[in-house]
Write a protein that binds this ligand. Structure first.
Ligand code: NAI
Length: 330
């Protein structure tokens, strides 16, 4: 099984090479470049390609892979909103993914964002380096005794609910399919969760129905001085409305691991570039906003789980027996 691995970062290579020792039948060639309609042609002669959630798997790229005779894709991630599934289906692709690698990694990052922005750790880190030991502007809020609102209580939302419970918070949640194991969580309608929470954390997938679920109207329902955290998908939040809300002093803090304009930024060093759009720059200008670059998943444990499942998926491409939960298309 020969796999062409696009957009390989040093930590991917380390993690996959460690796991490869257990899978001698799989051979991987690592490429720095990501996949696009042109670079897809490099896959000719390989059995499969390996791509990520930020890879371009649009119609033209899939056509180019098809023309190169490659119809197997190993996604080393859970999300697949970057794949044109209609075209992939039409062209006969088999696509597998890693449905779950470490929900705790993402949930712990969500709480890290909430706590950092709440206690202004990002400001303090810079300030004390300049011998500025003033506390002005650093006031935080106790989370103990406050209400956490979790939107989406799947694997990650469940882990976040447990963390919030551990902080001594009351935990309320909205999900169409309540998790009955979470006895300490009170399920409510979405509007009520938004109205009653001091910390709102988004953990639902992006769908057509919840695009821009956080917008001018829903922000106006929220408590003043709420903390909002998004580690799910950028498009759940209307960024312009969020910026208006921040400017109106609605939020104590906002922590974003994902945001609408992230696609060109994710995992790239763009420090020498001039940013063409202003939304990200505007977000970064606020003292009560922290942006991280889609790094919530990024722990040693999660990387090991991703590489292991991806290699198991590669093996299953040979046997033709796919674990159902890993199949995007077959
Ligand atoms: P999951 O599939 O286990 O859970 C999603 C939950 O959301 C389900 O319980 C579902 O019923 C619920 N849901 C669906 N539509 C909803 C809606 N409109 N409103 C409220 N709840 C809704 O997914 P998991 O593993 O917990 O991941 C959640 C999301 O986290 C992913 O879809 C992905 O967008 C994001 N993610 C982010 C990562 C990062 O590094 N920042 C890494 C991995 C996932």
């Amino acid at each position: 099984m020969k796999v062409l691995f696009y957009d390989a970062k040093p930590y991917d290579v380390d993690s996959f090479e460690t796991q490869l020792k257990k899978y001698p039948e799989v051979e991987i060639e690592f490429l720095d470049t990501d996949i696009n309609p042109k670079t897809a042609r490099l896959a000719g002669g390989f059995d499969a390609i390996c791509a990520f959630v930020s890879s371009d798997l649009s119609k033209d790229t899939l056509k180019s892979l098809h023309e190169s005779g490659v119809h197997k894709i190993l996604m080393r991630c859970a999300g697949f909103n970057n794949i044109d599934l209609d075209v992939a289906r039409e062209l006969g692709f088999i696509i597998l993914r890693v449905p779950s690698y470490s929900p705790e990694a993402v949930a712990e990052h969500a709480m890290a964002l909430a706590m950092s922005v709440n206690r202004r750790i990002h400001k303090e880190y810079i300030k004390v380096r300049e011998n500025n030991f003033s506390l002005v502007g650093l006031e935080g809020l106790n989370l103990y005794g406050k209400t956490a609102g979790i939107v989406g209580t799947g694997k990650i939302g469940t882990a976040m609910a447990r963390i919030c419970n551990g902080f001594g918070m009351k935990v309320i949640a909205y999900d169409k399919y309540p998790n009955k194991e979470l006895s300490f969580v009170e399920y409510k309608e979405l509007d009520d969760v938004l109205r009653e929470s001091d910390l709102i954390s988004l953990h639902c997938p992006l769908t057509q129905e919840n695009y821009h679920m956080i917008n001018e109207k829903t922000i106006s329902m929220m408590k003043d001085q709420v903390i909002l955290v998004n580690t799910s998908r950028g498009e759940l939040v209307d960024t312009n409305d969020l910026i208006a809300g921040i400017r109106a002093h609605k939020f104590h803090g906002v922590g974003l691991d994902v945001y609408e304009e992230e696609r060109d930024n994710v995992f790239e060093n763009r420090e020498a570039e001039i940013m063409e759009t202003s939304i990200t720059a505007r977000l970064l200008s606020f003292p009560n906003v922290i942006v991280t670059s889609h790094q919530a998943f990024f722990t040693v444990e999660a990387l090991a789980a991703i590489s292991e499942t991806t290699l198991e998926n590669a093996m299953s491409l040979q046997s033709g027996k796919f674990p159902e939960q890993n199949v995007i298309l077959q």
